[in-house]
Design a protein around this ligand. Sequence first.
Ligand SMILES: Cc1cc2nc3c(=O)[nH]c(=O)nc-3n(C[C@H](O)[C@H](O)[C@H](O)COP(=O)(O)OP(=O)(O)OC[C@H]3O[C@@H](n4cnc5c(N)ncnc54)[C@H](O)[C@@H]3O)c2cc1C
Length: 452
Amino acid sequence: MTKVVIVGAGVAGINAATKLVDNNFEGNIVIIDMGKNPYDRLPEEVMTGMLGAGGWSDGKLTYHTSIGGQLSKYCGDEKAMELMDQVINNFKRFHPKPEEVQCSNPVAEPDFIKPYFGLRLFPVWHVGTDYLHEIGKNWYDYLVDNGVEFVWETKVVDINFETQQAFIEPEGQPYGYFNYDTLIFGVGKSGIDFGKQLAERYELPTEPKSVQIGVRFEAPQKHFQKLIDVSYDFKLYRKYDDKGVSLRSFCTNNNAAYVAAEHTYGDISYNGHAKKDESYRNDMTNFGILMEIRGIDKPFDWSRAAVEKLQHEGVGLFYSPSQRVPSKTSEGDYVKTHVVNSMDPLWEAIGDYASYIHEFIEDMEKVFPTLGKDWGIYMPEVKYLSPEPLVNYEDLSLTRFPNVHFVGDALSARGITVSGAQGTYVAEALLIDEDHKEKIKKYPDFIENIEF
Ligand SMILES: Cc1cc2nc3c(=O)[nH]c(=O)nc-3n(C[C@H](O)[C@H](O)[C@H](O)COP(=O)(O)OP(=O)(O)OC[C@H]3O[C@@H](n4cnc5c(N)ncnc54)[C@H](O)[C@@H]3O)c2cc1C
C-alpha cells in the first residue's frame, strides 16, 4: 500500500490530505508536524501546529490568480480558480457557522485614492482568527476519523530523497525515521531554512526570486474607513518599473486588529491578524507596506541581513511620529518591540529603498486627510521567499525526485488559498496516479488508451 508522508500540517498539507481522504485514497497518510494538535495549540504558537501559520492567521481567503503567490503558472488560470474554490469550500465546510464567512468584492477603484495609488480589485472571504481554531478542530477530527495518522510535536530534521526516509526528532525521544513512497513537503515559512538546506544539499535547480520587505503600519481605523467600506483587505499599490521596485499594502486587518511578532531564524518581524468576536474590538487597522525589489543578488541573504539590522536586544523596532505607543496583542501583552525615535534604522538596514516606504506613507497622509501623523510602524515585515525549487508543473514534484512534491510557502505560495490549492493540486495528481495503477492491474491494455 502506498505510504504518503506529509511534512507539515499547514494549510497545504491539510488540504492535500483532505482531497485524498475525500476520494477514498487507498494508501496510508501520515502527517508529521513540529507543532501541536488544535486542541492543545496555544495562541502564541503562531506558526506551528494544525493548519500551520494559517491556523492562527486572520483567515483572509483571497480569490485571485495574481494574489498569494504562484499557482496559475503551474496549472493555468481556470484550474487555479477551481482549486481555490475547493480550498474556500473546505474552510466553510468545517466552519461551525459557515454563514458568517463574509466576502468583500470591490468592483471599482475609488476616485479619492487617485492619482497616488492604484487599488487591486479581487474578492476576499474573511474567516477571522477565533473561528479558525474551531475550524481546525473540526477538520482535524474529520481527518483522524478517516484514518489519517498525525504525529505532533515532532520535527523532521532530515530527509534522504534517495532512500526515501524522513528523519524525525520527537521531543525527548531518540532519533527515528519514517519511510515513504511519496513525500509532500509543506513546511511553510517556519521550515524555510530546512527547505533551503535540502535544496542546497541535493543541488536542486531553482527559479530566481525577489526581495519582499517593508514595515507593518498601524493606525486607528477611522482614518481608513472610507476605503475599508470599499474593500476590507484593500491592496493599495504603486510601481517604479524602471527601478525594479513595486509596493503594496498587504494583509489588512480591521475592527479587532492585532499586530503579531513572527519568529524566523531567531529574529523578530511583524505581521497582523484580526479577531471576529466583538469583545476583541479595538477599532484599529494594521497592514504591511511591502516592497518587492527585483534584481538583488542573493535576495534571501540580503533580506536576512536587513532584518538583523532592525533588531534590538532580540526584538524588532517601533516608530511613531506622534508618540503613539506599541499596541497590545489579543492576549493583552504589549507587542514585543523596541521603540525608536525616527525611521533612520530603516535607512541603515535597506539603504535608499527606505525612501519608497517613506513616500508611500506621506502619500497616504494626503489621501486620508484625518490620518496626519496618527500612526506607528513596526519594523521589519518580511516575506522570505525561499529559493523556489524547480518542479514539474503537472504535479509540483521535484524535477530530480518525482516522488517528492513541494507545496505551499515552501514552494512559491504566500497565502492560505494558494497554499491550500497547491496541496489539492498535488493530491489530484496522486489520485490520477493511483487510479492509473489500479486500471493497469485490471485492464493491462488500459495504458495503451489513456492520455495524460
Ligand atoms: C500572523 C499571520 C497572519 C496571516 N494572515 C493571512 C491571511 O489572512 N490570509 C492569507 O492568505 N495568508 C495569511 N498568512 C500566511 C498564511 O498563513 C501562509 O501563507 C500559509 O499558512 C502557508 O501554508 P503552508 O501550508 O505552506 O505553511 P504553514 O501553514 O506555515 O504550515 C507549515 C507547517 O509545517 C510545520 N513544520 C515546519 N517545519 C517542520 C519540520 N521540520 N518538521 C515538522 N513540521 C514542520 C509547521 O509546524 C507548520 O504547522 C498569515 C501568516 C501569519 C504568520
